[in-house]
Design a protein around this ligand. Structure first.
Ligand code: ATP
Ligand code: MG
Length: 180
């Protein structure tokens, strides 16, 4: 399973539809300060359910929508699509290619989709449990996060190990069944 592409439209500095493909084993994104490198990582976290505007370096969630520039008008919607190749069925789905999408409108409406079908954030979280992919997963390591992990409490560190070792799903299912 791997992230094959990130497609952004109206997200932060990406006014024009932009698709970034990850063909090789290692991809490095380079560019001058302020050119949008970190915005790409923000986009990945956002689709996976990031709810904190601060974690996305904004004041409120609408700040992810393109706010206009000298030659372009502000936009009313931000959309990001992530495509995952799933031939090895690491993700519990019968699809070879899984497209996860999120949209936000200026009026605050927010939508998640899996292969085009409207879903809840919960469905997306369940799909990625135990894969390390997710807003709390270890697959996106932001600046400062290493220090954060080193300085975290033993319980927080334990959560990371539980996710990596694949028992987070069992813990999640247990908690869900206890709720019922
Ligand atoms: P650095 O090398 O300094 O880390 P970077 O390539 O990671 O830079 P980003 O932080 O991804 O740069 O991009 C910052 C740019 O994105 C800023 O110029 C900022 O104005 C722009 N930006 C952020 N949010 C929006 C928005 N909603 N609309 C338009 N532009 C935005
Ligand atoms: Mg940056």
């Amino acid at each position: 399973m791997k992230l094959e592409s990130v497609e952004l439209k109206g997200f932060k500095s990406f006014a024009k539809r932009t698709k970034i493909k990850f063909d090789n084993q290692i991809t490095a994104i380079v560019g001058p300060n302020g050119s949008g490198k970190s915005n790409i990582a923000d986009a990945v976290k956002w689709v996976l359910g990031e709810q904190s505007a601060k974690s996305l370096r904004g004041k409120n969630m609408n700040d992810v929508i393109f706010q206009g520039s000298d030659d372009k008008n502000p936009m009313n919607m931000a959309e990001v699509n992530l495509s995952f190749e799933n031939k090895d069925r690491k993700l519990d789905s019968n699809y070879d290619l899984i497209k996860v999408s999120r949209r936000i409108y200026r009026n605050g409406d927010n939508e998640y989709r899996l292969n085009g079908k409207r879903v809840r954030l919960k469905d997306i979280k369940e799909l990625f449990l135990d894969t390390g992919i997710g807003k709390e997963g270890y697959s996106v390591i932001g600046q400062g996060r290493i220090d954060e992990i080193l300085n975290s409490s033993s319980q927080e560190r334990r959560n990371i190990f539980e996710e990596a070792s694949g028992i987070a799903t069992h813990k999640y299912r247990r908690e869900e069944s206890l709720k019922k």
